[in-house]
Design a protein around this ligand. Structure first.
Ligand code: UDP
Length: 344
């Protein structure tokens, strides 16, 4: 609550996986939430349970277009803007790379300008992808990254790097009060079955008795954060009232290979699916683990959900989806390109 009244929060991308969980958390804190979403990867079903909530409304629009008149009304008071609007899984963001890049650059600029005009605090959902295929391990915020600027991942990686640049420039010029989170791999209920990500792919494949697709030799690593832990980090970072702390890593530092993750999902689902290998996508990072010392120090934040617990909840959610719908959407799009030189 702000001065006895409920704060008004704009969540761009609020119908997505992370956005819809953020909306739930904001509403439970008493906020009024307006979602802005183009439903490219966001889904109505993620926010259907909020339809009757009087403090919740939805605008169907793309952030790369001029913001809707309703938002530009002089009378509207918005206290916080979260920018979570962007396709985030490799197959989805590579499906329309030009749109992905513009979402991060033009879309972020539109929302920053809006935050400047309304005096709202602005939050950018950045990503561990800005570190590219990292030469520093684990990744600290001071590392500048190793990104291929012309590869198939660049539309997302370089787009988010440019979004960070814009956000830092608005801060330097005193034009907006900003926060930047670098989000590492996150999983949980409401991931799309057709997302093409490793956690959703493995779980859907295991539940459907299909082959588990390990890309490359499965030795590449990721560190997986459960969605509620991440959202808790978002709220703490947005509530942080000190001077702009720069970008802050948010993720779970427990690292494992994607081969080991396949074995874990098989064991937890009791599936008899066979593990098969597929070519490693171009520019697939070899290792990724967040250094979260800054988030710990600044926000008193660290993830609390163990991988087994979070995977259990995610498997249960996908099982329910399968039971309710009869079947999971099985069309898993392929990531662009094939194996690149030097990668096996
Ligand atoms: N991956 C895999 N099998 C799949 C999907 C992904 O082995 O069915 C691998 C992928 O090559 C990458 C890791 O899992 O090394 C994480 O991929 P994801 O798309 O989930 O996230 P990101 O690459 O963006 O971290």
């Amino acid at each position: 609550m702000k001065n006895g009244t409920s704060k008004h929060v704009l969540v761009a991308g609020g119908a997505g996986f992370l956005g819809s969980h953020l909306c739930d958390a904001l509403l439970s804190e008493g906020a009024h939430v307006t979602v802005l979403d183009n439903f490219q990867t966001g889904r109505k079903q993620n926010i259907r349970h909020l339809e009757r909530e009087p403090r919740f409304d939805v605008i169907d629009s793309d952030i790369i277009k001029p913001l809707p008149t309703r938002l530009r009304s002089k009378r509207l008071k918005v206290d916080q803007v979260f920018n979570l609007a962007c396709a985030a899984s490799p197959p989805h963001y590579q499906a329309d790379p030009e749109h992905t890049m513009l979402t991060s650059v033009v879309g972020t600029h539109n929302l920053l300008t809006f935050a400047e005009a309304t005096g709202a605090r602005f939050f950018l959902a950045s990503t561990s992808e800005i570190y590219g295929d990292p030469e520093v391990h684990p990744q600290t915020e001071s590392y500048w990254g190793n990104v291929n600027p012309t590869g198939p991942r660049a539309c997302y990686d370089e787009g988010k790097r440019a979004a960070e640049t814009l956000t830092f420039d608005f801060d330097r010029a005193g034009r907006a009060d900003v926060r930047v989170a670098r989000i590492f791999n996150t999983y949980g209920p409401r991931m799309r079955a057709d997302d093409g990500r490793v956690v959703s792919n493995y779980i859907c494949q295991a539940l459907a008795g299909e082959e588990i697709t390990v890309y490359g030799d499965g030795s590449q690593t990721r560190s997986f954060c459960y969605v509620s832990d991440l959202v808790d980090g978002f709220l703490r970072l947005m509530a942080y009232d000190g001077p702009f702390p720069g970008a802050v890593n948010l993720g779970n530092p427990v690292e494992l290979t994607v081969g080991d993750l396949a074995e874990k999902v098989l064991a937890m689902t009791g599936s008899s699916s066979r593990v098969v290998t597929r070519p490693l996508p171009v520019d697939d990072p070899r290792r990724r683990r967040p250094d979260i010392s800054l988030a710990k120090k600044l926000l008193g934040w660290s993830p609390r959900t163990a991988l087994d617990t979070g995977l259990g909840a995610t498997i249960a959610w996908f099982s329910d989806e399968q039971a309710n719908d009869g079947t999971l959407p099985r069309k898993i799009p392929a990531v662009g390109g094939t194996i690149s030189a030097g990668q096996v």
